[in-house]
Design a protein around this ligand. Structure first.
Ligand code: HBI
Ligand code: FE
Length: 299
């Protein structure tokens, strides 16, 4: 598993004995000086590929955020420099973690405007797919959007809401909202679909698939609908939900999900590719891509 790979131990303060973290909040030092030339080279390949693809595909907020940050092709960014710029703009910081951290640790960081970013970078043979979020996904994918005030507030609200949803036993429903917005969201901009989800923006293949492939559905975002919709963690999404504008998330950050949870937990879950009569279908997918594949059960 990626969490156990060498750089974590190489950089010292990561996992303590028996895989337990040395610090209770799971943070580690980024150890920027210790990245090898080969690791920076992986960053460069990934960066250049996405930089060539995203203009005209990523939303204005993503492109604008990227421009204002010290992120470029030459090296894996230094979290201290990112945090300086981000702190000024939206009050967020980037902290290094060894990989996936437990839900409550993740939420606690977000609730305090700290974004946990994977310290390691994928290996050259994993350019297109890996299970755990690495520094390319977390920094290239998420940090530009954290420069946006609406997303910055929404992700903090997700952290606060996550801690509560866990106690209420409705975390899967809230996690679907994060998945279909922050990770895999699309937005309408000047009459076209654009990417704002970090899971798409950091993936070469999904940046094309989400916008251009005839297979997936693109459906107008509806909070209750999204809370009911299972998602895939091991493949492209079968359905993407589309905001009319990033500002739609502003209202979501303010909504008290309490009443909604009560309703939604009584309703059946929806399959990732399912279409309902009341859906605002922007593009009805052919379903061809997923029809040809077998995979894990959705969450
Ligand atoms: N940890 N580092 C990291 N990054 C994530 O995106 C993440 C996590 N832990 C839990 C988690 N995401 C999700 O399962 C929650 O959003 C539910
Ligand atoms: Fe992510």
């Amino acid at each position: 598993m990626l969490r156990d790979r060498a750089p974590v131990t190489k950089h010292g303060a990561a996992a303590g004995e028996g895989g337990r973290p040395a610090r209770a909040d799971w943070t580690i030092d980024q150890g920027w000086e210790c990245y090898t030339a080969a690791e920076h080279a992986v960053w460069r390949i990934l960066f250049n590929r996405q930089a060539a693809l995203l203009p005209g595909r990523a939303c204005d907020e993503f492109i604008g955020g990227m421009r204002a940050l010290p992120i470029g092709p030459d090296e894996i960014p230094d979290f201290r420099r990112l945090s300086d710029v981000l702190m000024q703009r939206t009050g967020w910081q980037i902290v290094a973690v060894p990989g996936l951290v437990p839900d409550e640790v993740f939420f606690e960081h977000l609730a305090n405007r700290r974004f946990p970013a994977g310290q390691f970078i994928r290996k050259p043979e994993q350019l297109d797919y890996l299970e755990e979020p690495d520094v390319f996904h977390d920094v290239f994918g998420h940090v530009p959007m954290l420069m946006n005030q609406v997303i910055a507030d929404f992700i903090q609200a997700y952290g606060v809401g996550g801690l509560r949803a866990q106690k209420l036993g409705v975390l899967p429903h809230l996690a679907r909202v994060y998945w279909y917005t922050v990770e895999f969201g699309l937005v309408q901009q000047r009459g076209a679909l654009r990417i704002y989800g970090s899971g798409i923006a950091s993936s070469h293949a999904e940046s094309v698939f989400a916008l251009d492939d005839p297979s997936p559905n693109r459906i107008g975002f509806d909070l209750e609908r999204v809370m009911r919709t299972l998602y895939r963690i091991d493949d492209f999404q079968e359905t993407y939900f589309v905001l009319d504008g990033i500002d739609d998330l502003l209202r979501l950050a303010e909504i008290d999900f309490g009443g909604l949870y009560e309703r939604v937990r009584m309703m059946r879950d929806l399959e990732p590719g399912e279409i309902l009569p009341e859906d605002r279908v922007l593009v009805l997918g052919t379903g061809l891509y997923h029809g040809l594949r077998s995979r894990e059960k959705p969450q």
